[in-house]
Ligand binder design. Structure first.
Ligand SMILES: [Zn+2]
Length: 288
């Protein structure tokens, strides 16, 4: 859902005041003071909850800068057999997702540990160790669908708004001060801010992920069995799950919700649980 700043200001005098205050603060100091004005953003978000007022172009611009800085710190797996497969599976899911009018990029990370995450603007990262851990293609699809869900729900942009305030981020996005924009992105990256989702965000992403797999002709059961695989692995190799569980706790509530949603889906024939291509990829990366 998109609202223009003007609409919001017109409809709520109190918000108009806080936005005006943000402007005044900026004008007075002559520069962007992120910590001072962050509180104003919190007020705005408290008022409007889930309202997202960034345009796709703004989100993509933020994502592009984030990725440029983030990718310097990451080791990628570049075997085309693996990367092409992840991209094909990811793009299939994207086609059936609720936000398929922006381009998506899928990247395979070689850094140790099980993890997957999404960066605003359509960038999705999946660790090799997560592909190794998934038992079937539908489990991997559940994870990718969940991450696409974070993009659909614009969850990270909401975190950003909450931390810094809408006006500040918007001003920096139009690059009135390119240096400050880069600094903001560096701060966000260092704090891991984009991935601190709320329980509601997680719930929403789980919901989108299950629906997305089902709509794409992939068995949504993968979402439920992935939780079983997580729990199994937690007992066996807990240290490898630290990254994943720090942002995605495998709570019983999530498992319950996902199972409930799956049981409510209408029966559909031909849902794919696994593929030979996925198993081929798994064999290929297990020997490395
Ligand atoms: Zn998540």
């Amino acid at each position: 859902m998109h609202y223009s700043i003007k609409t919001i200001i017109r409809s709520t005098p109190r918000i108009a005041f806080t936005v005006a205050l943000a402007f005044i603060l900026c004008l007075c100091t002559g520069c962007v003071n992120l910590s001072t004005v962050g509180n104003v953003g919190n007020t705005l978000l408290d008022e409007f909850g889930d309202v997202n007022i960034f345009t796709d172009a703004e989100e993509q611009q933020f994502g592009k800068e984030f990725v440029a800085q983030h990718d310097k710190q990451v080791t990628f797996h570049t075997d085309p057999v693996v990367t092409n497969y992840i991209n094909d599976l990811g793009q299939t899911l994207v086609r059936y997702s609720k936000r398929n009018d922006i381009p998506y990029t899928f990247k395979v990370v070689a850094t140790k540990g099980v993890n997957a995450y999404a960066v605003p603007g359509g960038y999705i990262y999946v660790h090799l160790d997560l592909i190794r851990m998934a038992k079937t293609e539908s489990e991997l699809a559940a994870v990718l669908g969940h991450e696409i869900g974070h993009i659909v729900g614009r969850h990270s942009m909401k975190r950003l708004t909450k931390a810094y305030g809408i006006e500040i981020v918007k001003r920096l996005l139009v690059k009135e001060d390119a240096g400050e924009f880069k600094k903001l992105v560096a701060d966000v990256l260092a704090a891991g801010l984009l991935f601190k989702y709320s329980r509601d965000d997680e719930r929403e992403s789980d919901f989108y992920g299950v629906q997305n797999a089902y709509d794409a002709g992939i068995s949504p059961e993968g979402a439920a069995t992935f939780f079983d695989t997580l729990r199994e692995m937690q007992g066996r190799e807990p240290s490898s799950l630290e990254l994943m569980l720090s942002t995605h706790p495998a709570s019983s509530e999530r498992v319950r919700n996902v199972r409930g949603q799956i049981s409510g889906l209408p029966p559909k024939s031909g849902l794919r649980a696994d593929s030979s291509r996925f198993q081929q990829v798994k064999r290929r990366i297990s020997s490395r």
